[in-house]
Write a protein that binds this ligand. Sequence first.
Ligand code: ARG
Length: 467
Amino acid sequence: MANKVSGMSNLDKAWGGRFDGDNSVLMEHFNASIRFDKRMLDVDIRGNIAYAKALEKAGIIETAERISIIDGLLQVQKEFSDPDVNLPDSLEDIHMAVEHRLTEIVGPMGGKIHSGRSRNDQVNLDERLYLRDHISSLRNKITDLQHVLVNSAEKYREVVLPGYTHLQQAQPILFAHYALSLFWMLDRDNDRFNDVLKRADAMPLGSGALAGSTFAIDRDFLCEELGFSRVTQNSIDAVSDRDYLLEALSAISIVMMHLSRFCEDLIIWSSSEFSFIELSDEFSTGSSMMPQKKNPDSLELIRGKTGRVYGDLMALLTTMKGIPLSYSKDMQEDKEPFFDAIDTVDVCIRVFTGAWSTMKLHVDNMEASMESTALATDLADYLVNNGLPFREAHRVVGSLVRDTLVQEQNLNDLSLEQLLKYSDKFSEEALKILDLRSALSQRNIHGGTGPKAVEEQIVSARAKINL
Ligand code: ARG
């Protein structure tokens, strides 16, 4: 077959019977979704093959017809998979395009494939199948990133850096603890995708346009054939439902938000003022004007694309909110935002994984930038352990910090005599608290940043992804 698939006039279209004239070229282009829904070709063919079998079971087509329809569908799949194939707007959408070409190949008998079916239940099926395939590949990429994070937690297990709240130095943390914080966010993301799949796991064929079908289509057979665990329970709901896309878009938006926050940290950390990390050349770019520049564009783009993915979610929520039940053509607008979000999150996870795994840590700068006051809470905790109520301990250490700042002294340079001026609860032991690593080792509470706790965290993180 030539790369150009033949188009058709309104009269030849599946819905052409009650028409006398053609669409305007403008309308034909406006109405067509083939430009963007052709990526559902494989799932559409899968649905068609299962449906041909169901039609045979229902006595609507003969075995020989089923065989030639399935052969024809496989030929259509092959032809349409050619990247140079030109599918004209007059084919309207992938469902009509497949049926049209099938009928050209097998003759008018091909038209039997649409018995008892509507594009309303067909598109719903295709989207659920497409979602299933793509979410599993997304989940694999998330798991790849989780592996990278656990590896860097292990590699940099000794590295200490300031932890921040309000972007002000708060308390020292292990880099491994920081890296694993993203691990657990991604763990929830994967869980969310699992949940999305659970609710998307219902087979809609047999719902027809909105009211079901008069043919004895065995829906349970189709369910089994297409790998679903249950059938939809209400044909009106089935053809009106886009919750599965909205939930996917929402879960994708949350992944993007997670990545974006880490991008923000890494962008700040790569500034010369922080200089905690340096991105690899592979994931940075330069300036066309300033020769000295090395910019974190990879991370900025992920941060930027997060806004775009939120837009995809908002677009579909807004599209859906005013549509009277059941199907209206507005719902064709579900595809571009959904495909865009899937493509965007996919590339962003890959770029983030690349940028993270190739960045260089300036370990010395991280540790050196730690202000001695970052151990103030530890000092207050010490007083609490020696009988002072926390509020009082907070006040004592607060005034101690204020005085050291005024005198431009470091908290960890103070002598015991100086400490005793603030509270008689201080003793030699307090001086040890002011050592970074021994302070960290006080935080071995489950989920804390102490080295032992982080070791245990690495073990449970590994167990999670090596299931
Ligand atoms: N291309 C359409 C869509 O994506 C398929 C369903 C069209 N149904 C109809 N009755 N016009 O939503």
